[in-house]
Every structure is written in structure tokens, then in C-alpha cells.
Design a protein around this ligand. Structure first.
Ligand code: FAD
Length: 298
């Protein structure tokens, strides 16, 4: 099988038109992605003061809904499979079930199942009282849903893996044990958190295999695109950036975009040379650097 990329997009901020969204994706299609993942974000609220001193809660929806984005991408690019992310955060079991009904109606066949992060202002993730606490529970719930809907496995389910461990985990081995539980609950594949050192990924795959995880492990990749990201990415995603890359960016901060792109290109070439079949690109709203990497590697 020829290796191929998959792409992850974030629903755009309100105000962008459907045509603008689709035009930002179109140039990426030349490189044969099989999947476009669409991330999922829990609703955010703000509390506004009322004249009587009380506060009322108001929904702050800053982005186009995931369902609208998935439907638009599906209709415009029927040869690419749309993969919505589904999170436990902020949703009850009933709301999740109704979302699964929508996915079924839309002909979605592939879902990336996640817990989600803590709500803004909270330190630790708190599940809804009648929701799911871990991605493992959500995977099991989706498999139960399929059984009640006629028995056949309808969805291919992906889950997240962390080559540098999830930030809440005490160590990588414990994290991998929980990853195995997600697979045993019914996940078909794993997509990793971004990493900038391929040796870390290869070691992670080796440790997962040793732990009895046999499903495909798809590397997640993102080109570093600014000098600020040297600080921001480790802070946001609990990952390391290798010294060779940080030193080069520190020496030429004005060229961080080019340096990040070249680093990413080398990572992808090495992954492909080592037999990787699929690379998942975090586009994070910028696609020109990803296009340049795809041009050279696919
Ligand atoms: P889990 O698998 O539930 O793991 C969370 C923590 O709990 C880990 O430390 C794990 O070791 C531990 N754990 C797991 N299972 C158990 C258990 N049964 N009992 C006790 N401990 C357990 N976030 C979004 O909000 N929207 C997105 O669209 C999104 N997309 C992502 C895509 C990818 C490829 C990746 C890698 C991450 C994405 N995230 C997204 C971020 C993700 O939601 C966070 O990293 C979150 O903190 C953990 O999610 P998880 O599914 O890995 O959680």
C-alpha cells in the first residue's frame, strides 16, 4: 500500500464562509489524504452580572459547529473520509448517543474517541454526572450503541496515544497500560500526540507492542511554525522539543517557519523510510507549511 497522509482541521472561528473553509482545504487534497479529522470542542460559557447582583450563564460559541464542518467537507470532497472527534467532556451519555445517531445519519464510519481536556477554569478533568470519565468508557459506550442498533460494527474507532506520556500519568508504562485498555474496549487504531523526535515514537511503538497492543499506531506530526511555539507547544501539549531544533530556532528566530518546515520534512522522510503507512498532520489552521512537506514526501 502506498503511504498516505491524513489531515486534522479545527472548526473555524465564526465569520469564515463555507467557501473560504473549503478553499483552505482544497490544496491539501492533491496529496491523496484518505481522512480529514475534524476536532471537537466543548461548549464554553460566560457568566454575566445581572442588575440584582446575580449571574446568568451564556453560551459563548466562537466556532462553527463540528457537525456543520463535517457535512460541508463531506459534500465538497466525497472521496475523502471525514473523521469527527468525539469527546467525553461536557456531554452526558444521552447527548453522546444523540451525537452518534447524527454520525450514523451522516454516513460517518470513522471516529476518533477522546476524553477531552479540563473545562476552562478547572484544574482537572471532571466528567458530567451522567457522562464518561475516560476515553475507554466512551469506546465501550460506542460499541454498546452499535449492539443496540443492530449488532454490526459500524464505526472504526481511533484513540489517542502519547509517546511522551499523557501529562496526568505517573509514567509512560502506566499510560500504555491504560492505552491497552482502550484497545481492549474496542479501539481499532491509535493516533499519537505530536512529537519532534522520531526516536521517541519508535520507542513508544516498541513499548506498546511489548505491552500486547497490536493495532496500527499512526504518528501525529506538526511543523513548528514560529519561534514562540518553542515555548507554547511544550506548555500546551506536554511534549519535548529536541535541543537541536530549539538551538537552531534560537540562533535564527526570524527563520523559525522555514526551520520548522525542514525539520518536519526530515521527520516524515525518516518515518516513511521506516515503513510508516500513514502520517497524521495537525494543520492547526495553517496549511502552507504542511503543503510544502506533503509536496516533498507524498
Ligand atoms: P484518556 O484515554 O481517558 O486518558 C486520560 C488520562 O487518564 C491519561 O493519563 C491516562 O493514562 C489515564 N487513564 C486512561 N484510562 C483510564 C482509566 N480507565 N482509569 C484511570 N486512568 C485512566 N481534545 C479535545 O478536546 N478535542 C479534540 O478534538 C482532541 N483531539 C485530539 C487528537 C489527538 C490525536 C490527540 C493525541 C489528542 C486530542 N485531544 C483533543 C486532546 C485530549 O482530549 C487530551 O489529551 C486529554 O487530556 C486526554 O484525552 P484521552 O482521550 O487521551 O484520555
Amino acid at each position: 500500500m502506498k503511504p498516505f497522509p491524513s489531515l486534522e482541521i479545527v472548526p473555524p472561528l465564526n465569520g469564515i464562509t463555507k467557501a473560504e473553509l473549503l478553499e483552505s482545504i482544497r490544496p491539501l487534497l492533491e496529496f491523496g489524504p484518505r481522512y480529514i479529522n475534524v476536532t471537537c470542542h466543548r461548549d464554553e460559557y460566560e457568566f454575566r452580572p445581572e442588575p440584582d447582583g446575580s449571574f446568568t450563564r451564556h453560551l459563548l460559541r466562537k466556532r462553527i459547529s463540528q457537525t456543520a464542518v463535517c457535512a460541508a467537507v463531506q459534500a465538497a470532497f466525497p472521496d475523502v473520509e471525514v473523521v469527527p472527534h468525539l469527546i467525553c467532556g461536557g456531554a452526558s451519555a444521552e447527548q453522546i448517543e444523540s451525537q452518534l445517531q447524527d454520525f450514523k445519519f451522516m454516513g460517518i464510519r470513522n471516529i476518533l474517541v477522546l476524553r477531552g481536556d479540563a473545562a476552562t477554569g478547572e484544574k482537572r478533568f471532571t466528567p458530567e454526572p451522567d457522562g464518561y470519565a475516560h476515553a475507554e468508557d466512551l469506546v465501550s459506550a460506542i460499541r454498546r450503541f452499535e449492539r443496540t442498533e443492530g449488532g454490526e460494527r459500524r464505526f472504526t474507532l481511533g484513540v489517542a496515544g502519547y509517546p511522551e506520556k499523557h501529562f496526568e500519568s505517573p509514567n509512560l508504562d502506566t499510560d500504555i497500560q491504560f492505552l491497552k485498555r482502550k484497545v481492549d474496549a474496542g479501539a481499532d487504531q491509535i493516533i499519537t500526540q505530536m512529537f519532534f523526535d522520531n526516536a521517541v515514537f519508535y520507542d513508544f511503538v516498541r513499548r506498546c507492542r511489548a505491552a500486547g497492543i497490536t493495532v496500527p499506531i499512526i504518528p501525529g506530526i506538526k511543523p513548528l511554525s514560529s519561534a514562540r511555539q518553542v515555548d507554547l507547544l511544550p506548555e500546551s501539549f506536554s511534549i519535548d522539543i529536541p535541543l537541536a531544533l530549539t538551538a537552531e530556532v534560537a540562533a535564527h528566530p526570524d527563520q523559525a517557519y522555514r526551520i520548522g518546515q525542514e525539520w518536519c520534512r526530515e521527520q516524515c522522510r525518516d518515518l516513511l523510510a521506516n515503513g510508516v503507512q500513514e502520517i497524521h498532520f495537525y494543520t492547526m489552521g495553517r496549511s502552507d507549511n504542511v503543503i510544502s512537506v506533503l509536496k516533498d514526501c507524498f
